[in-house]
Write a protein that binds this ligand. Structure first.
Ligand code: CA
Length: 234
């Protein structure tokens, strides 16, 4: 994890330089992109382990970059948003970002977020897990492979981000038990997340779009009105 490669996409050079300096001090390898077009190229060429992605960028904006990257990759993406762009957080998550930070932020906080997101990705892909060995659990017509980090529905692999995978796994392993949004934030996201429960709603919505035959009439991830969510075998 120490040598993880991080792509920093930020057009304000002073901010980019500070981030780069601090990440390198922690032992990360850092690539800097100053506009969205270059960022998309860097993702292809450099195959980073994590992306820090500013929203307001020249040429191609951060949301578009996020959406494009998600077409081919589940690399962790942390969006960097300005304080007044509250609504952007939700949009970023809908487009597949894993996390977001509001500028200005402290370096210690940023490092904690980066490490938390890398840890999850490492757990998913780490060498200590024998990916040749499947470790499958069946939940009705869903199969969750804990080693390969794969979820199949009637044999067909679902393209989920790590966060979506973890939320689904968490709920499925605790079938029929209802969890509040706050509980899910704490258990699945694993750290203080500014208590923004919309994060859970957005992730559930995106998961349903991929998982359910009809996302407006879900059969797996159920809403318990006024309380939260639970998993149910379809
Ligand atoms: Ca910017």
């Amino acid at each position: 994890m120490e040598n993880a490669k991080i792509l920093v996409v930020e057009d304000e050079k002073s901010i980019s330089d500070i981030i780069k300096f601090n990440l390198q001090k922690e032992g990360f390898s850092v690539i800097a992109s100053y506009d969205g077009e270059d960022a998309l190229l860097a993702v292809k060429m450099e195959n980073p382990d994590l992306i820090l992605l500013d929203v307001m960028l020249p040429k191609v904006d951060g949301f578009t970059v996020c959406k494009k990257v998600r077409e081919t990759s589940t690399v962790p993406i942390i969006m960097l948003t300005a304080k007044e762009e509250e609504v952007d957080k939700v949009l970023g998550l809908e487009l597949g970002a894993d996390d977001y930070m509001t500028k200005p932020f402290g370096m210690r906080e940023l490092l904690a977020r980066i490490k938390a997101n890398l840890r999850r990705a490492t757990i998913a892909l780490g060498p200590e897990i024998d990916t040749a060995q499947s470790n499958e659990k069946e939940f009705g017509d869903l199969t969750i492979d804990l080693n390969r980090y794969e979820i199949r529905k009637k044999g067909k692999i679902l393209e989920l981000t790590l966060r979506e995978f973890e939320l689904l796994r968490y709920l499925a392993e605790r079938e029929n038990k209802v969890f509040s949004r706050e509980q899910l934030l704490e258990e699945v996201w694993g750290y203080e997340y500014y208590g923004d429960i919309r994060t859970v709603d957005v992730t559930v919505r995106r998961l349903r779009e991929k998982l359910e035959d009809d996302s407006s009439n879900p059969k797996y991830i159920m809403t318990k009105r006024g309380i939260g969510y639970y998993f149910c075998r379809a």
